[in-house]
Design a binder for this molecule. Structure first.
Ligand SMILES: [Zn+2]
Length: 333
Protein backbone atom coordinates (compact mmCIF):
# COMPACT_ATOMS: atom_id res chain seq x y z
CA UNK A 1 0.00 0.00 0.00
CA UNK A 2 1.15 3.55 -0.71
CA UNK A 3 -0.50 6.93 -0.23
CA UNK A 4 -1.86 6.88 -3.76
CA UNK A 5 -3.78 3.69 -2.91
CA UNK A 6 -5.13 5.37 0.20
CA UNK A 7 -6.11 8.40 -1.83
CA UNK A 8 -8.09 6.32 -4.30
CA UNK A 9 -10.18 4.75 -1.54
CA UNK A 10 -10.15 7.30 1.28
CA UNK A 11 -9.49 10.62 -0.36
CA UNK A 12 -10.04 12.85 2.68
CA UNK A 13 -8.07 10.62 5.02
CA UNK A 14 -5.08 10.63 2.65
CA UNK A 15 -5.25 14.38 2.31
CA UNK A 16 -5.30 15.11 6.05
CA UNK A 17 -2.53 12.67 6.94
CA UNK A 18 -0.16 13.47 4.07
CA UNK A 19 -0.58 17.19 4.72
CA UNK A 20 0.35 16.63 8.35
CA UNK A 21 3.43 14.63 7.30
CA UNK A 22 4.45 17.20 4.70
CA UNK A 23 4.21 20.06 7.18
CA UNK A 24 5.69 18.07 10.05
CA UNK A 25 2.62 18.82 12.09
CA UNK A 26 1.52 15.57 13.60
CA UNK A 27 -0.73 15.59 16.63
CA UNK A 28 -0.21 13.17 19.52
CA UNK A 29 -3.32 11.13 18.99
CA UNK A 30 -5.45 10.29 16.00
CA UNK A 31 -8.74 8.50 16.13
CA UNK A 32 -9.60 6.58 12.97
CA UNK A 33 -13.34 5.99 12.79
CA UNK A 34 -14.84 3.76 10.13
CA UNK A 35 -16.59 0.51 9.35
CA UNK A 36 -14.81 -2.80 9.14
CA UNK A 37 -13.05 -3.20 5.82
CA UNK A 38 -12.47 0.50 5.24
CA UNK A 39 -8.70 0.07 5.67
CA UNK A 40 -8.12 1.78 9.04
CA UNK A 41 -5.42 -0.65 10.11
CA UNK A 42 -3.58 -0.60 6.77
CA UNK A 43 -3.59 3.20 6.79
CA UNK A 44 -2.28 3.25 10.37
CA UNK A 45 0.70 1.07 9.34
CA UNK A 46 1.32 3.19 6.27
CA UNK A 47 1.27 6.27 8.48
CA UNK A 48 3.80 4.59 10.81
CA UNK A 49 6.12 3.82 7.89
CA UNK A 50 5.98 7.44 6.76
CA UNK A 51 6.71 8.49 10.33
CA UNK A 52 9.79 6.32 10.77
CA UNK A 53 11.30 5.96 7.28
CA UNK A 54 14.44 8.13 7.03
CA UNK A 55 14.41 7.91 3.24
CA UNK A 56 10.89 9.10 2.60
CA UNK A 57 10.32 12.12 0.41
CA UNK A 58 8.53 13.65 3.36
CA UNK A 59 5.41 11.65 2.67
CA UNK A 60 5.91 8.35 0.87
CA UNK A 61 8.06 5.81 2.75
CA UNK A 62 10.78 4.06 0.70
CA UNK A 63 9.52 0.57 1.55
CA UNK A 64 13.10 -0.80 1.30
CA UNK A 65 14.99 0.32 4.38
CA UNK A 66 15.18 -1.58 7.64
CA UNK A 67 12.69 0.77 9.32
CA UNK A 68 10.11 0.13 6.62
CA UNK A 69 10.78 -3.60 6.54
CA UNK A 70 10.63 -4.05 10.29
CA UNK A 71 7.30 -2.25 10.43
CA UNK A 72 5.93 -4.54 7.74
CA UNK A 73 7.15 -7.66 9.53
CA UNK A 74 5.89 -6.46 12.92
CA UNK A 75 9.38 -6.19 14.44
CA UNK A 76 9.90 -2.49 14.87
CA UNK A 77 10.97 -1.72 18.45
CA UNK A 78 9.30 1.69 18.50
CA UNK A 79 5.98 0.61 17.03
CA UNK A 80 3.59 -0.98 19.48
CA UNK A 81 0.23 -2.49 18.78
CA UNK A 82 -2.39 -2.90 21.47
CA UNK A 83 -5.38 -5.22 21.10
CA UNK A 84 -8.16 -6.18 23.48
CA UNK A 85 -7.44 -8.96 25.93
CA UNK A 86 -10.86 -10.52 26.22
CA UNK A 87 -13.63 -7.95 26.22
CA UNK A 88 -11.61 -4.87 27.10
CA UNK A 89 -8.22 -3.22 26.83
CA UNK A 90 -7.15 -2.97 30.47
CA UNK A 91 -5.05 -0.50 32.35
CA UNK A 92 -2.41 -3.18 33.06
CA UNK A 93 -2.02 -3.81 29.36
CA UNK A 94 -1.30 -0.15 28.78
CA UNK A 95 1.08 -0.07 31.78
CA UNK A 96 2.97 -3.11 30.46
CA UNK A 97 3.24 -1.58 27.07
CA UNK A 98 4.65 1.66 28.40
CA UNK A 99 7.09 -0.25 30.60
CA UNK A 100 8.25 -2.35 27.68
CA UNK A 101 8.72 0.76 25.61
CA UNK A 102 10.86 2.30 28.30
CA UNK A 103 13.05 -0.78 28.87
CA UNK A 104 13.65 -1.66 25.29
CA UNK A 105 16.72 -0.39 23.56
CA UNK A 106 14.64 2.15 21.76
CA UNK A 107 16.38 3.65 18.80
CA UNK A 108 15.09 7.19 18.90
CA UNK A 109 12.65 9.41 20.74
CA UNK A 110 10.03 8.53 18.20
CA UNK A 111 7.33 6.14 19.29
CA UNK A 112 4.18 5.00 17.57
CA UNK A 113 1.16 3.22 19.04
CA UNK A 114 -1.63 1.54 17.16
CA UNK A 115 -4.62 0.72 19.35
CA UNK A 116 -7.07 -1.66 17.74
CA UNK A 117 -10.72 -1.58 18.85
CA UNK A 118 -10.12 1.51 20.96
CA UNK A 119 -13.79 1.49 21.94
CA UNK A 120 -12.84 -1.36 24.27
CA UNK A 121 -10.34 0.71 26.29
CA UNK A 122 -11.47 1.00 29.89
CA UNK A 123 -11.59 4.62 31.16
CA UNK A 124 -8.50 4.00 33.33
CA UNK A 125 -6.59 2.44 30.43
CA UNK A 126 -7.49 5.33 28.16
CA UNK A 127 -6.38 7.89 30.72
CA UNK A 128 -2.97 6.36 31.36
CA UNK A 129 -2.38 5.97 27.67
CA UNK A 130 -3.26 9.55 26.86
CA UNK A 131 -1.21 10.85 29.77
CA UNK A 132 1.83 8.98 28.46
CA UNK A 133 1.30 10.18 24.93
CA UNK A 134 0.92 13.78 25.94
CA UNK A 135 4.18 14.07 27.88
CA UNK A 136 5.62 17.37 26.68
CA UNK A 137 8.99 15.96 25.56
CA UNK A 138 7.65 12.91 23.84
CA UNK A 139 7.55 12.47 20.12
CA UNK A 140 4.82 9.93 20.37
CA UNK A 141 2.01 9.37 17.96
CA UNK A 142 -0.93 7.14 18.75
CA UNK A 143 -3.48 5.96 16.26
CA UNK A 144 -6.66 4.62 17.80
CA UNK A 145 -8.97 2.56 15.62
CA UNK A 146 -12.71 2.23 16.21
CA UNK A 147 -15.88 1.54 14.28
CA UNK A 148 -18.30 3.82 16.00
CA UNK A 149 -17.53 7.09 17.72
CA UNK A 150 -20.62 6.80 19.91
CA UNK A 151 -19.11 3.82 21.73
CA UNK A 152 -16.05 5.81 22.72
CA UNK A 153 -15.37 7.65 25.90
CA UNK A 154 -15.63 11.42 25.68
CA UNK A 155 -12.17 11.73 27.30
CA UNK A 156 -10.67 9.92 24.32
CA UNK A 157 -12.58 11.74 21.62
CA UNK A 158 -11.78 15.15 23.04
CA UNK A 159 -8.03 14.50 22.97
CA UNK A 160 -7.74 13.00 19.52
CA UNK A 161 -7.94 14.32 16.02
CA UNK A 162 -10.87 12.53 14.47
CA UNK A 163 -10.26 10.98 11.07
CA UNK A 164 -13.46 9.70 9.52
CA UNK A 165 -13.19 6.87 6.97
CA UNK A 166 -15.91 6.74 4.33
CA UNK A 167 -17.94 3.52 4.12
CA UNK A 168 -17.15 1.04 1.38
CA UNK A 169 -19.18 1.12 -1.80
CA UNK A 170 -21.23 -1.86 -2.89
CA UNK A 171 -18.71 -2.73 -5.60
CA UNK A 172 -15.79 -2.47 -3.12
CA UNK A 173 -17.50 -5.04 -0.91
CA UNK A 174 -18.28 -7.24 -3.89
CA UNK A 175 -14.69 -7.34 -5.12
CA UNK A 176 -13.46 -7.91 -1.58
CA UNK A 177 -15.68 -11.02 -1.43
CA UNK A 178 -14.81 -12.36 -4.88
CA UNK A 179 -11.10 -11.88 -4.06
CA UNK A 180 -11.68 -14.32 -1.24
CA UNK A 181 -13.02 -16.94 -3.59
CA UNK A 182 -16.75 -16.32 -3.15
CA UNK A 183 -18.68 -16.77 -6.39
CA UNK A 184 -19.65 -13.59 -8.16
CA UNK A 185 -23.42 -14.02 -8.08
CA UNK A 186 -23.51 -14.71 -4.33
CA UNK A 187 -21.00 -11.92 -3.60
CA UNK A 188 -23.07 -9.49 -5.62
CA UNK A 189 -26.25 -10.26 -3.71
CA UNK A 190 -24.55 -10.13 -0.31
CA UNK A 191 -22.96 -6.76 -1.09
CA UNK A 192 -26.32 -5.44 -2.26
CA UNK A 193 -27.73 -6.37 1.16
CA UNK A 194 -24.97 -4.99 3.36
CA UNK A 195 -21.83 -2.89 2.95
CA UNK A 196 -20.33 -4.31 6.11
CA UNK A 197 -17.63 -6.60 4.75
CA UNK A 198 -17.63 -9.01 7.68
CA UNK A 199 -21.39 -9.25 7.72
CA UNK A 200 -21.51 -9.81 3.95
CA UNK A 201 -18.81 -12.46 4.18
CA UNK A 202 -20.60 -14.27 7.02
CA UNK A 203 -23.78 -14.26 4.95
CA UNK A 204 -21.99 -15.78 1.96
CA UNK A 205 -20.53 -18.53 4.13
CA UNK A 206 -23.92 -19.55 5.50
CA UNK A 207 -25.44 -22.46 3.67
CA UNK A 208 -28.84 -20.92 4.34
CA UNK A 209 -28.07 -17.92 2.15
CA UNK A 210 -27.78 -19.85 -1.13
CA UNK A 211 -31.02 -21.71 -0.34
CA UNK A 212 -32.73 -18.45 0.59
CA UNK A 213 -31.77 -16.94 -2.77
CA UNK A 214 -33.11 -20.01 -4.59
CA UNK A 215 -36.41 -19.75 -2.67
CA UNK A 216 -36.80 -16.09 -3.55
CA UNK A 217 -36.18 -16.79 -7.23
CA UNK A 218 -38.75 -19.60 -7.11
CA UNK A 219 -41.27 -17.39 -5.32
CA UNK A 220 -40.87 -14.55 -7.84
CA UNK A 221 -41.41 -16.97 -10.69
CA UNK A 222 -44.63 -18.08 -9.05
CA UNK A 223 -45.77 -14.50 -8.55
CA UNK A 224 -45.11 -13.34 -12.09
CA UNK A 225 -45.36 -16.50 -14.22
CA UNK A 226 -47.35 -19.23 -12.46
CA UNK A 227 -49.47 -17.16 -10.14
CA UNK A 228 -51.71 -19.95 -8.88
CA UNK A 229 -48.61 -21.56 -7.30
CA UNK A 230 -47.49 -18.64 -5.19
CA UNK A 231 -49.44 -19.40 -2.03
CA UNK A 232 -48.43 -23.06 -2.09
CA UNK A 233 -44.76 -22.11 -2.53
CA UNK A 234 -45.17 -19.58 0.24
CA UNK A 235 -46.32 -22.23 2.71
CA UNK A 236 -44.32 -25.21 1.54
CA UNK A 237 -40.97 -23.58 0.81
CA UNK A 238 -40.68 -19.88 1.52
CA UNK A 239 -41.98 -19.96 5.09
CA UNK A 240 -39.64 -22.84 5.99
CA UNK A 241 -36.63 -21.03 4.61
CA UNK A 242 -37.53 -17.68 6.21
CA UNK A 243 -38.65 -18.99 9.56
CA UNK A 244 -37.90 -15.98 11.71
CA UNK A 245 -38.44 -12.25 11.34
CA UNK A 246 -34.78 -11.40 10.73
CA UNK A 247 -34.53 -13.96 7.95
CA UNK A 248 -37.84 -12.86 6.53
CA UNK A 249 -36.62 -9.26 6.37
CA UNK A 250 -33.61 -10.52 4.39
CA UNK A 251 -36.03 -12.47 2.17
CA UNK A 252 -38.02 -9.31 1.49
CA UNK A 253 -34.80 -7.43 0.73
CA UNK A 254 -33.92 -10.14 -1.77
CA UNK A 255 -37.38 -9.69 -3.35
CA UNK A 256 -36.82 -5.93 -3.55
CA UNK A 257 -33.49 -6.52 -5.31
CA UNK A 258 -35.26 -8.83 -7.77
CA UNK A 259 -37.86 -6.18 -8.55
CA UNK A 260 -35.21 -3.51 -8.97
CA UNK A 261 -33.45 -5.84 -11.38
CA UNK A 262 -36.66 -6.02 -13.42
CA UNK A 263 -36.79 -2.21 -13.52
CA UNK A 264 -33.11 -1.92 -14.43
CA UNK A 265 -33.54 -4.51 -17.15
CA UNK A 266 -36.48 -2.55 -18.50
CA UNK A 267 -34.34 0.63 -18.48
CA UNK A 268 -31.48 -1.30 -20.10
CA UNK A 269 -29.21 -0.58 -17.11
CA UNK A 270 -27.57 -3.97 -17.32
CA UNK A 271 -24.56 -3.02 -15.17
CA UNK A 272 -26.84 -2.55 -12.21
CA UNK A 273 -28.45 -5.96 -12.33
CA UNK A 274 -27.68 -7.94 -9.18
CA UNK A 275 -29.09 -11.39 -10.04
CA UNK A 276 -26.59 -11.62 -12.90
CA UNK A 277 -27.01 -15.37 -13.36
CA UNK A 278 -30.80 -15.10 -13.70
CA UNK A 279 -31.05 -12.97 -16.85
CA UNK A 280 -33.26 -15.44 -18.67
CA UNK A 281 -35.83 -15.54 -15.88
CA UNK A 282 -35.79 -11.77 -15.51
CA UNK A 283 -36.33 -11.30 -19.24
CA UNK A 284 -39.14 -13.81 -19.31
CA UNK A 285 -40.92 -12.12 -16.39
CA UNK A 286 -40.55 -8.73 -17.98
CA UNK A 287 -42.53 -10.05 -20.94
CA UNK A 288 -45.30 -11.13 -18.56
CA UNK A 289 -45.70 -8.12 -16.27
CA UNK A 290 -45.94 -4.42 -16.81
CA UNK A 291 -43.46 -1.98 -15.33
CA UNK A 292 -46.30 -0.31 -13.44
CA UNK A 293 -47.05 -3.52 -11.62
CA UNK A 294 -43.38 -3.95 -10.66
CA UNK A 295 -43.33 -0.40 -9.28
CA UNK A 296 -46.53 -1.08 -7.37
CA UNK A 297 -45.04 -4.37 -6.18
CA UNK A 298 -42.01 -2.58 -4.75
CA UNK A 299 -44.20 -0.35 -2.61
CA UNK A 300 -46.15 -3.40 -1.41
CA UNK A 301 -42.95 -5.16 -0.33
CA UNK A 302 -41.72 -2.05 1.48
CA UNK A 303 -45.06 -1.87 3.27
CA UNK A 304 -44.76 -5.54 4.25
CA UNK A 305 -41.30 -4.83 5.69
CA UNK A 306 -42.72 -2.05 7.83
CA UNK A 307 -45.54 -4.27 9.06
CA UNK A 308 -43.04 -6.96 10.05
CA UNK A 309 -41.22 -4.37 12.16
CA UNK A 310 -44.41 -3.92 14.13
CA UNK A 311 -44.52 -7.62 14.92
CA UNK A 312 -47.48 -8.50 12.76
CA UNK A 313 -47.97 -12.19 12.25
CA UNK A 314 -45.15 -12.87 9.72
CA UNK A 315 -46.90 -15.51 7.67
CA UNK A 316 -50.07 -13.41 7.54
CA UNK A 317 -48.04 -10.47 6.23
CA UNK A 318 -46.47 -12.68 3.57
CA UNK A 319 -49.75 -14.22 2.50
CA UNK A 320 -51.33 -10.83 2.03
CA UNK A 321 -48.26 -9.65 0.16
CA UNK A 322 -48.32 -12.64 -2.20
CA UNK A 323 -52.02 -12.11 -2.96
CA UNK A 324 -51.63 -8.40 -3.58
CA UNK A 325 -48.55 -8.91 -5.76
CA UNK A 326 -50.48 -11.41 -7.88
CA UNK A 327 -53.46 -9.11 -8.14
CA UNK A 328 -51.17 -6.27 -9.17
CA UNK A 329 -49.34 -8.42 -11.69
CA UNK A 330 -52.61 -9.76 -13.13
CA UNK A 331 -54.48 -6.51 -13.37
CA UNK A 332 -51.87 -4.77 -15.46
CA UNK A 333 -51.07 -7.47 -18.01
ZN1 LIG B 1 12.05 3.33 4.37
Amino acid sequence: MNWRDVQSKQHKVAKILTNALKNGRLVHAYLFIGDRGTGKKEVAYQFARSYFCPHSDGIEPCGQCSECKRILSGNHPDLMVLKPDGRTIKKEQVANLIKEFTYRGVESDKKFFIIEQADLLTPQAANSLLKFIEEPQSQTVAVLLAENRYQLLETIISRCQLIQFTPLSQSDVESHLTNQGISKNIARLASALTQDVQEAKALCEEEWFANAIASVIHFMEDIYIRSNHAIITLYEEFSLQFNDTVKLQTGLDLIIIWMRDLLNLHLDKLDEIVYIDQMEKLKQQLLNVSIDSVVLGLSLVLEAKRRLDFNSHPLGVMEQLALRLQEGAGSYV
